[in-house]
Design a protein around this ligand. Structure first.
Ligand code: ATR
Length: 270
């Protein structure tokens, strides 16, 4: 049986073991997947031991994605651009490889699950942390017309502008100066964790706007609730993104793409 795990801290509430168990059942793959709490000071040793003892793959979550990026010897292009790794595995030469499936997960959830297309659209991304950097990699690939990154600390938005300047001309702003209307508004801040919403005016929505919160919860997140009450055409949370990024990892490890719709439905009901 091939062994996999998600490592992070905290990790107790991770849905990844359930998601991967459902993927394994559906695709008849003989895999074991557990959630393991790993602290920063034990991260490198844990990863190296895990693979030395025959482990097949790891998902890496907060707060270790940058550390995973540093420990991987071979990086997939998306991980390189995101400067973060959420999926570790060994290649045929037994070299430790890192990929980042978060951005792909976001775009697949939008385009495949909700039929929200990105090509030619104007996008407002709220936040400029690690999660946003990963998302931007895949959003840019999907050829939007424009991307505005708004952040409390404008300097961090400008840093991202610099990171992607060869690929896309990202605009940046602080909350106070933000203008215009956007087809797609993505909340990549951590505000939903504390039930808060970013300081965005409903003026930024047009009739057909889609609002997407990269966070999710049992109830509507504060941002999803805000989007619904301000008449957004779509108000989506990040549960689909979570399952889609897991499916990309599963595909990378097992060479089989699981169906995500039944898994998303099962998770909604837990
Ligand atoms: P992650 O890796 O999950 O993206 P992060 O790098 O800490 O986490 O980024 C958190 C994001 O939420 C940042 O964009 C942060 O804004 P700053 O760059 O100005 O810190 C944003 N954020 C967190 N708390 C916020 C708040 N109270 N108001 C506005 N933005 C906030």
């Amino acid at each position: 049986m091939a062994r996999y795990a998600v490592i992070g801290s905290p990790i107790a509430h991770s849905k990844s073991p359930l998601i991967h168990r459902l993927f394994a059942e559906q695709t008849a793959q003989d895999v074991q997947y557990e959630a393991i709490k790993v602290e920063a000071d034990e991260f490198d040793t844990f990863v190296l031991d895990f693979f030395a003892q025959g482990g097949a793959g790891l998902n890496v979550t907060l707060p270790h994605k940058e550390r995973a990026y540093n420990i991987a010897k071979v990086l997939e292009p998306k991980a390189e651009l995101a400067a973060a790794v959420n999926t570790l595995y060994l290649n045929d030469e037994k070299t430790l490889c890192g990929d980042n499936t978060d951005g792909t997960g976001l775009v697949r959830d939008l385009q495949s699950n909700h039929n929200v297309q990105i090509k030619g659209k104007t996008i407002l991304v709220i936040g400029a942390g690690g999660a946003v950097r990963g998302a931007l990699v895949s959003l840019i690939e999907s050829q939007p017309a424009a991307i505005m990154v708004v952040n409390r600390t404008v300097a961090k938005a400008n840093d991202l502008r610099g990171v992607f300047k060869e690929k896309f001309d990202i605009k940046t702003s602080g909350f106070d100066r933000l203008e215009g209307k956007y087809d797609l508004i993505i909340n990549g801040t951590s505000l939903s964790l504390s039930g808060e919403i970013p300081a965005i005016s409903s003026e930024r929505l047009s009739e057909n706007s889609c609002c997407y919160d990269m966070m999710y919860g049992k109830e509507d997140t504060a941002f999803v609730a805000w989007a619904k009450s301000n008449g957004a055409a779509f108000a989506l949370d990040g549960l689909g993104m979570l399952v889609e990024q897991a499916a990309e990892s599963f595909l990378r490890w097992r060479g089989v793409r699981p169906e995500t719709a039944p898994v998303i439905a099962a998770l909604r009901n837990t």
